[in-house]
Ligand binder design. Structure first.
Ligand SMILES: Nc1ncnc2c1ncn2[C@@H]1O[C@H](COP(=O)(O)OP(=O)(O)OP(=O)(O)O)[C@@H](O)[C@H]1O
Ligand SMILES: Nc1nc2c(ncn2[C@@H]2O[C@H](COP(=O)(O)O)[C@@H](O)[C@H]2O)c(=O)[nH]1
Length: 198
């Protein structure tokens, strides 16, 4: 796939991936494009079909997987999620930096492809703070929250694997985390800006 190098943002649910990627997309309008994943989970209030996710039935998701529509897919907290080839191509066709917000299973799958993204993991300062952020976000049932915390503990352990990520950012102070993220992506941002202007 041609175009600027994509960026994979991963990390526990509630670590702040969406918050940070929305900041990037706001500051660098038109430079980044979000890879809109498919999911079988129900939309949250305010989420828009086709913008935040393609919200689909389990049956349709499974059909898509069978057709080979997805470059990766995973079950997370009882729902299916997946990145379609079309979602990434739609961003790359605009010469934008494609941002994928995916879980650790997705990272492992993407590593087996030729996508060659920059891998960044966003970590919470602690599991206790993560739990508080997830509870305060008020989007999860108690069951979903516990599944997400269990996945977080396992994924934070896996994150210790040397070389898995290009960078790990601890999202304690949001502005500091954002500054670090921009620093890591600085070269890619500069290159894409100059290509757009030439
Ligand atoms: N540095 C921070 N300090 C305090 N609260 C934060 C910080 N970063 C994000 N938050 C808040 O924590 C909550 C979780 O953030 P966000 O939804 O961005 O996480 P996420 O990693 O995208 O989660 P998910 O994987 O479930 O989509 C949100 O309510 C957000 O406003
Ligand atoms: N492997 C994939 N993981 C994905 C994808 N889209 C989102 N996600 C991850 O799922 C969890 C939960 O997301 P939420 O929106 O229900 O809170 C989170 O870690 C996302 O990063 C995907 O296409 N593939």
């Amino acid at each position: 796939m041609a175009g600027p190098r994509p960026v994979v943002l991963t990390g526990p649910s509630g670590a702040g991936k969406s918050t940070l990627l929305k900041m990037l997309m706001r500051e660098y309008e038109g430079l980044f494009g979000f890879s809109v994943s498919h999911t079988t989970r129900k939309p949250r209030p305010g989420e828009v079909h086709g913008k935040d996710y393609h919200f689909v039935t389990l049956e349709d998701m499974k059909k898509g997987v069978e057709r080979g529509d997805f470059i990766e897919h995973a079950v997370f907290s009882g729902n299916m999620y997946g990145t379609s080839t079309a979602a990434v191509q739609a961003v790359q066709a605009n010469n934008q930096i494609c941002i994928l917000d995916i879980d650790m299973q997705g990272v492992k799958s993407i590593k087996k492809t030729r996508l060659n993204p920059i891998y960044i993991s966003i970590h919470p300062p602690s599991v206790q703070i993560l739990e508080k952020r997830l509870r305060d976000r008020n989007t999860e049932s108690e069951e979903s929250l516990q599944k997400r915390l269990n996945a977080a503990i396992a994924d934070l352990e896996i994150s210790k694997e040397p070389g898995l990520f290009d960078a790990i950012i601890v999202n304690d102070d949001l502005e500091e985390a954002y500054t670090k993220l921009k620093g890591i992506l600085g070269e890619e941002i500069k290159q894409t800006q100059s290509n757009k202007n030439s």
